[in-house]
Design a protein around this ligand. Structure first.
Ligand code: ADP
Length: 399
């Protein structure tokens, strides 16, 4: 059984062709800089197939052109998608609103609703829709399945999902906390429970997904009860380029002082977070700058860790009993310093990291807490593509 997974962003498409049961990936790649000016010879598609890497250079005018080229690369690599017998195409869709909370077979009606939800996710849903439309055209007869980033948080308790604003206004404009990165939080929490040899229903967990975007979640007995991202992916933790939590008064202040909505949007989504504080949004570079005494890099790091610890503390109290804390995402999986600083000095709360285990580089799920740490601390690689492929396969599998 083969599933093609597509994650379409505003100027990129990430894809993977994989076997959902075994997780074997037969090809993967990235189309980047869609719709941008690109000089001749500049790489815009990196395709990793059976025959190694193929690089496509030159401009990609739009998503449809990009996907067509990708299909050509698959064929050139001996894996023609039209004849591969795809069981499904699985699409990452960022916002499912109140409507979608489980993997959903895409019909024209479903697609129209995803498009309507664009007002809640203007940076993401329109690109997801374009990716789906292209795939529907290029793969007639192959079931298309949408897997929503918000789904895992659909059942957040009312107290966790409600903002304390006028209830009528909130209802009118869809203002509530939805949460994002749900596919990753669900997958990683399942892996963490399995690592401990327990059922998800029997464990309480905190999952910290730290990548370019970053979010945390509190999970009680397999169900998400809180998460750091809110109505949009801007709330919560400090991220590579996003501010995370702010006093909402700051936005009013900026607007009163002449910044318009588009400028504030760019400021908070693309020019804030680690980048806004230090000019750097990649953690490897940030660590190097901190070591060379860069004070702005140090402050950015300290603000990042401060916010992370704030939420870890909140979730420890909210859950009451926590069995496992898990780090995932590019930063969570790779930065031992972030993991150590996030949980340092919490022995009295039952958390004791083993510095040696924490420094071991290991690409599979592993434990980094001391054997007598009451709360286990794990590193678990996330794999959203596999989770999407499995969700799509489960939906279309007969019986
Ligand atoms: P995305 O949110 O885009 O999926 P990832 O989860 O891939 O991002 O995380 C990307 C980030 O992971 C990079 O910006 C970088 O800061 C961080 N990262 C990757 N490798 C390392 C490393 N070896 N050490 C520290 N940070 C790393």
């Amino acid at each position: 059984m083969l599933v093609l997974v597509l994650n379409s962003g505003s100027s990129s498409i990430k894809y993977q062709l994989l076997e959902p049961d075994s997780g074997t990936v037969s090809a993967s790649g990235l189309v980047s800089r869609i719709g941008e000016d690109v000089g001749p010879g500049e790489p815009t598609i990196e395709h990793h197939g059976r025959g190694g890497e193929i690089v496509h250079t030159g401009p990609i005018p739009d998503h449809a052109a990009g996907l067509k080229l990708v299909f050509g690369l698959f064929a050139a690599d001996g894996q023609d998608l039209a004849t591969a017998g795809l069981a499904a195409a699985g699409h990452r869709v960022v916002h499912g609103g109140e409507v979608f909370y489980r993997p959903t077979l895409i019909t024209d009606e479903v697609l129209a609703t995803i498009r309507d939800l664009s007002s809640l996710a203007p940076l993401h849903n329109p690109a997801n829709v374009i990716g789906i439309e292209c795939a529907m055209r290029l793969l007639p007869g192959v079931p298309q399945v949408a897997v929503f980033d918000t789904a895992f948080f659909h059942g957040l308790p009312a107290a966790a999902k409600t903002y304390a604003v006028d209830a009528g206004i909130a209802a009118k404009f869809g203002i509530r906390r939805y949460g994002f990165h749900g596919t990753s939080h669900e997958y990683v929490s399942g892996q963490a429970a399995a690592f401990l040899g327990r059922r998800p229903e029997d464990v309480n967990q905190i999952v910290l997904h730290l990548g370019n975007g970053a979010s945390g979640s509190a999970i009680r007995a397999g169900r998400a009860v809180d998460t750091t991202m809110g109505m949009t992916p801007l709330e919560g933790l400090v991220m590579g380029t996003r501010s995370g939590d702010l006093d909402p008064g700051i936005i009013l202040h900026l607007e009163r002082n002449g910044l318009d909505v588009a400028e504030i949007d760019v400021l908070l989504n693309r020019e804030s977070g680690l980048k806004g504080l230090s000019g750097i949004n990649d953690f490897r570079e940030l660590h190097a700058h901190m070591e060379s005494g860069d004070a702005a890099a140090r402050l950015a790091y300290d603000v990042y860790i401060h916010r992370l610890r704030h939420y870890i503390g909140a979730y420890l109290i909210e859950l009451g009993r926590v069995d496992v804390i898990t780090f995932t995402g590019g930063v969570g999986e790779n930065s031992s310093q972030v993991r150590f600083d996030a949980l340092a000095g919490l022995e009295r709360f039952g958390i004791a990291i083993d510095p040696q285990l924490n420094d071991v580089r290991n690409r599979s799920a592993h434990r980094i807490s001391k054997s007598d740490s009451e709360i286990a601390v794990l590193v678990v690689p996330t794999n959203e593509e596999l989770a999407i492929a499995r969700a799509a396969a489960d939906l279309v599998r007969p019986g």
